[in-house]
Design a protein around this ligand. Structure first.
Ligand SMILES: *Cc1c(COP(=O)(O)O)cnc(C)c1O
Length: 459
């Protein structure tokens, strides 16, 4: 085969092409997100309410309305360890599917911890360090966020304390060791170190934990010590903002490939990697009337976007956060213990929720078996084993590529391969052993969870 006759498989950028700004989609949204509310008074809360938990610069970014936020040089310098990340044409997958569609993917698994999460961990650690913070607490589901924050804290000489959802703590011992290697302390959540943890353990000693519970624990620790702040790896506006370097790079790379995607796809937990890839493409829709479809892919066992309700809810399980306007299954919702740990969250970020409400983005759910089939097909075709979370985006990309074949049209599809699955062999082992089964929630289960809410609804 003459390689010169093929279009390039791997599209790279130079170090100096790392974006200089984060893109803030709020500046361009037709309907701005509704304000967060104080749960006691139901009045909108100001940014100062967040001051015990986050450094001032991140709070400013949380409520920023300017279109661009400059990336500090020190942050870009650390990004250059692994950025710009490559964008690939998925020749192998196209062939396996025998589809006329052109499929591309942006690969964030080349980061030091194997996912997109260092993109926000690095600036978060940087701003905390700037403001004299000594220690950062956080939660981690699948271990990706804890790893990323541990790495980032090690770059800035900060202590890092991680509350890891018990299910993952037991399934993924090597994630824990990775965090320890970067110098972090890791606890299996719920712990008896916090009031929130003790309360949950008293109610249900056998619990496998959840992201919501771990968040409550990490927040409680930060709120009770002035030298300690808290960091979140998804959901919040500033996290999504930092991730927009993914899409900005991807636009340059697609231009180099001489294409623009018709469809942009990313898996969806709290919305950060989806926002990261999709928001810069949505800017093209807003600015020059492009018509790029952006699709968020979620598990059918935790379907907040496709089957949740748009209303105010807490971000955590115990109810310590402000009330946020979002698509939610209810903060008491305990998802089935599926392997895509990073997607087991009851709610969606505020910005993404508003975009979905306004039909500017779409959402699609896939069951457990379908996503692992997609992941294995992808691994064999492309040589990268995807993170279980990432397989949801692959499943949507495959579904769209099959539709192209059926309809005899060629579309250009871009998806976010937001992490590799090299630490997720247990999940693949379970899949091959037939232990992963389809799991569809009943309407009654979803209604029962939503019925426990006494938070404000939104018309
Ligand atoms: C954390 C994580 C997710 C889910 O979080 P988002 O904020 O929705 O991106 C998805 N994929 C991977 C690999 C993750 O680590």
């Amino acid at each position: 085969m003459n390689l010169v006759d093929l279009q390039r498989r791997k599209i790279t950028l130079e170090e100096h092409e790392i974006p200089e700004n984060y893109y803030n989609i709020v500046a361009d949204m037709p309907n701005k997100p509704l304000p967060p509310l104080n749960p006691a008074t139901l009045e909108p809360i100001g940014p100062e309410a967040l001051a015990p938990l986050f450094p001032m610069e991140l709070i400013k970014q949380e409520v920023a309305t300017d279109r661009y936020v400059e990336i500090p040089d020190e942050v870009r310098h650390i990004y250059s360890i692994y950025r710009p990340t490559p964008l690939y044409r998925a020749y192998g997958l196209e062939k396996a599917l025998d589809t006329p569609a052109k499929i591309y993917y942006k690969y964030e698994g080349v980061s030091p911890t194997g996912s997109h999460k260092p993109n926000t961990a690095i600036p978060q650690a940087y701003y905390n360090k700037q403001e004299g913070v000594k220690r950062i607490t956080t939660e981690t589901g699948a271990g990706q966020w804890g790893s990323a924050l541990s790495f980032a804290c090690s770059k800035f000489g900060l202590e890092c304390e991680v509350y890891m959802v018990k299910l993952s703590f037991e399934h993924k011992p090597y994630r824990k060791i990775m965090m320890n290697t970067f110098g972090a302390k890791v606890f299996s959540s719920p712990t008896n170190l916090t009031e929130a943890g003790r309360k949950i353990l008293a109610e249900n000693p056998e619990t496998t934990g959840s992201l919501g519970i771990a968040i409550s624990e990490a927040i409680e620790r930060a709120a009770s010590d002035p030298d300690t702040k808290y960091a979140l790896g998804s959901v919040l506006n500033h996290v999504k903002l930092h991730q927009t370097i993914i899409g900005q790079e991807a636009i340059k790379q697609m231009e180099k490939a001489g294409e623009m995607p018709d469809i942009v796809i990313a898996p969806f937990g709290g919305g950060s990697n989806f926002a990261g890839l999709a928001f810069p493409f949505l800017r093209l829709n807003f600015e020059n009337g492009s018509n790029i479809r952006c699709i968020a892919s979620e598990p059918s066992s935790c379907p907040k976007l496709t089957r949740g309700e748009f209303r105010y809810d807490f971000g955590d399980t115990v109810g310590m956060t402000p009330l946020l306007p979002m698509y939610t299954l209810g903060h008491n919702f305990l998802p089935a213990p599926i392997h895509a740990g990073g997607l087991r969250y009851h709610g969606a970020g505020v910005i993404v929720s508003q975009l979905l409400k306004d039909k500017l983005i779409e959402a699609k759910a896939h069951d457990n078996v379908e996503v692992f089939e997609a992941g294995v097909l992808f691994a064999r075709a492309e040589g990268i084993i995807p993170a279980p979370e990432a397989t949801h985006g692959i499943a949507t990309a495959i579904a769209e590529a099959k539709k192209c074949k059926e309809e005899g049209v060629s579309k250009t599809i871009l998806f976010n391969l937001c992490g590799h699955g090299n630490f997720d062999m247990k999940a693949y082992e379970d899949f091959f052993a037939g232990k992963i089964t389809r799991h569809e929630l009943t309407k009654e289960e979803i209604l029962a969870s939503l019925a426990t809410l006494n938070t404000p609804t939104i018309d």
